[in-house]
Write a protein that binds this ligand. Structure first.
Ligand code: SF4
Length: 63
């Protein structure tokens, strides 16, 4: 099964980097926090890149 990413919204600084990097997976919610709307919208490598770019490292893989 493909790995599924999620955002810890309490830690999100609303910078938008993940949305800019992988707009097919991440979007900003009504409170301007990032969220995953399509976990299968990009490759794991692309999602990992967004994780690595997140300035507060609040995007994780579900175990
Ligand atoms: S990169 Fe991290 S801090 Fe920035 S919007 Fe995405 S989840 Fe939030």
């Amino acid at each position: 099964m493909a790995k599924v990413p999620y955002v810890v919204k309490d830690e999100c600084t609303e910078c938008g980097v993940c949305v800019d990097t992988v707009p097919t997976v991440f979007r900003m919610d009504d409170n301007n926090k990032a969220e995953v709307f399509d976990p299968n919208g990009a490759s794991e490598a692309e999602i990992q890149e967004a994780m690595d770019l997140c300035p507060v490292a609040c995007i994780h893989w579900q175990e």
